[in-house]
Design a protein around this ligand. Sequence first.
Ligand SMILES: CC(C)(COP(=O)(O)OP(=O)(O)OC[C@H]1O[C@@H](n2cnc3c(N)ncnc32)[C@H](O)[C@@H]1OP(=O)(O)O)[C@@H](O)C(=O)NCCC(=O)NCCS
Length: 188
Amino acid sequence: MEKSKIILKTKRLNLRPLQKGDEETIFPFANNPKIAKFLTYDTPVTLEKEAKYVAEREKRFGRKGFYFIAFEKKTKDFVGLIDLHCYHDQYKRAEVGLWVQEGKWRKGFGKEIARAIIDFGFKKLKLNRIEYCTFVGNTPSESLIRKLGGKLEGTRRDYFVKNGKKISDKIYSILRNEWVGKKKRKAK
Ligand SMILES: CC(C)(COP(=O)(O)OP(=O)(O)OC[C@H]1O[C@@H](n2cnc3c(N)ncnc32)[C@H](O)[C@@H]1OP(=O)(O)O)[C@@H](O)C(=O)NCCC(=O)NCCS
């Protein structure tokens, strides 16, 4: 699969693979404590750190994961980042990671980019299972995955430590048959 050709399109958004230079766009939005609160990194972030993040994902693309940046078609505004990481071709599974810049919250963009990457995972990568993990207490994120049909598997107790604080997270999954079946049912 040639990376440059992987463009995911939704009704309102274009998603293309992360590439060198994107750190300039991402950096001011990633540097928001409200975004970092429910992610493993912490603020403040530097432009250098963000550039390293992008470069690493460019290198891993197609082997360890698929990393996209989303822009609004109409305004060209940056909307957020979405990926499938922990990708295992052998086991046919991967995990979704995402965030939406604060100015675009509660407009349905989170669901839109998550739906696009899950679709890509099941249809193009032929995955059997897609995971979605979220810190306990992240109501918007949990609500998003539930709306997309994610099934709660359980809570990983004290799974992370961030700033000396133990954090548990909830693991959701969607299986191939549930996603493809759901789409077929909708089409009827
Ligand atoms: C989680 C996140 C991606 C949601 O993005 P979003 O674009 O606002 O999400 P959507 O507008 O698609 O909303 C999805 C559902 O979540 C719910 N939701 C969104 N924000 C909410 C909030 N603040 N409180 C309660 N529910 C909320 C809504 O019920 C919505 O469903 P509905 O409007 O169709 O009924 C965004 O809040 C974010 O980037 N947060 C910080 C980083 C993060 O937590 N990432 C996820 C890590 S697992």
